[in-house]
Design a binder for this molecule. Structure first.
Ligand SMILES: Cc1cc2nc3c(=O)[nH]c(=O)nc-3n(C[C@H](O)[C@H](O)[C@H](O)COP(=O)(O)OP(=O)(O)OC[C@H]3O[C@@H](n4cnc5c(N)ncnc54)[C@H](O)[C@@H]3O)c2cc1C
Length: 390
């Protein structure tokens, strides 16, 4: 009986030379990050900014964008592969990298020339880090309930309200913030007044509130943002007034593919832990384990197929909100299941931090919740199937 499970054999996807290059580059990057440093960032709950900067300098922070503002002219399949590799070791910049790209998306699509120059060029090299401010205490799944207000004043807007659970919040240089534009002409305002703004981290009236000490996704400076008459210059309106939902959704649909690819990485990372354990304890490997583990390998593969399919749709110009949602809930549920079953297989030793399995287990739980819970994703897909035009 062989003592290890061959995880590579299931990884044969047709990739272009450029996609393979990104995959190799990410593998090289990940191999240089020590397990001890990953455990340290997790335990101390501190964001390792220098590592993030290094990842951006390797091109990962602007990978899927066209050249011109620092984009690397890569694609979403490549970005998915990079995220998978990072998540396989639960490298503690993975989530910030995903959000960083999520924040640049709407600036590429809706930003003015000066916004592109100001925010995208420093984002590409990692001098700037972006964070995404959507969730509020009373507006998580129900984004229609956003309460943060933006009131027009001379040359800009005053923002009041708060955002919670903001990944990279305490380390970011700018935020994409969704707020209700209160123009005070009730008769002409549409029902949905949500509008997107770019808010600089040093803006007057913006402060960091609670810092969250979470079960999973630790070390990402996740915090509350508090806006108290926070002045945002008129030039920092992103897109048109009342276009906020469109701005947010265009980014989130791609972001969900990023989460799905992280989940594929967690699934394979959990299997790596099983492999490592049986390498160290070959006497514990029983015949029955092969069937059990084989099932988990095929589940990982199905998550990967769905994820790369969704990424390929983006790359062919056919972004599908439905397929992004399916990839997100399918892959994150599978990652959670595999992390849990890997723990059952390994038993007591699964708590060994060096295996990274207990960290993957905690991160995978967060993956089921953020960027829209899996329950909500299933509802969205159900609605779409009943009415494909939405
Ligand atoms: C690690 C982490 C990082 C995050 N980073 C960010 C970030 O960078 N930026 C940001 O804006 N937000 C961020 N979030 C917030 C995240 O997007 C929200 O947690 C998520 O949208 C769910 O909102 P909620 O937690 O308020 O749950 P709720 O909306 O209160 O939902 C609670 C439960 O009720 C269910 N539910 C809610 N409504 C319905 C319904 N209509 N029908 C059926 N079931 C329903 C949900 O599925 C869920 O199971 C982060 C969260 C986490 C955990």
């Amino acid at each position: 009986m062989t003592k290890t499970i061959d995880l590579k054999s299931s990884d044969h996807f047709p990739l272009s030379a450029k996609q393979k290059d990104w995959l190799n580059k990410a593998s090289e990057f990940a191999s240089q990050v020590s397990v001890d440093s990953i455990i340290e960032a997790d335990q101390n709950n501190i964001f390792p900014y220098p590592l993030f900067e290094k990842a951006c300098q390797a091109g990962f922070g602007s990978l899927p964008f066209k050249p011109g503002y620092g984009g690397q002219d890569g694609d979403y399949v490549s970005f998915a592969l990079v995220n998978e590799v990072m998540a396989r070791k639960s490298i503690p910049i993975m989530s910030s990298l995903g959000v960083h790209v999520l924040c640049q998306e709407p600036i590429y699509s809706f930003g003015t020339l000066s916004q592109k120059e100001k925010y995208l060029i420093p984002s590409a090299c990692g001098k700037f880090l972006g964070a995404f401010g959507l969730t509020e205490p009373m507006a998580g799944s129900d984004t229609a309930n956003i309460q943060t207000q933006a009131k027009p004043v001379d040359n800009g807007y005053l923002l009041n309200g708060s955002k919670v659970f903001i990944t990279s919040g305490a380390s970011a240089h700018y935020y994409i913030v969704m707020a209700r534009l209160n123009i005070n002409t009730a008769e002409s305002a549409p029902k949905d007044t949500i509008t997107a703004f770019i808010v600089d981290s040093h803006s007057n009236g913006l402060s960091i509130g609670q810092k969250f000490d979470m079960l999973g996704m630790r070390g990402y400076s996740t915090c509350e943002l508090v806006f108290s008459d926070c002045f945002v210059p008129v030039n920092n309106l992103l897109g048109l007034p009342y276009q906020g939902r469109k701005v947010a959704l265009s980014a989130l649909a791609k972001g969900r593919i990023t989460i799905a690819s992280q989940a594929v990485g967690w699934a394979y990372g959990a299997l790596d832990a099983v492999n490592a354990y049986f390498n160290r304890h070959p006497q514990s490997l029983k015949k029955s384990h092969y069937e059990q583990i084989g099932k988990l390998v095929s589940l990982s593969l199905s998550a990967k197929v769905k994820t790369l399919e969704a990424a390929r749709l983006v790359d062919s110009g056919n972004l599908s909100v439905k397929d992004s949602s399916i990839a997100k809930w399918h892959a994150t549920d599978i990652a959670m299941q595999i992390a849990s079953e890997a723990m059952n297989i390994i038993g007591l030793h699964s708590q060994d931090k060096q295996l990274l399995l207990e960290k993957i287990y905690r991160d995978a739980k967060a993956g089921q919740i953020y960027e829209g819970t899996n329950q909500i994703q299933r509802m969205l897909v159900g609605k779409y199937l009943n009415s494909p035009s939405i």
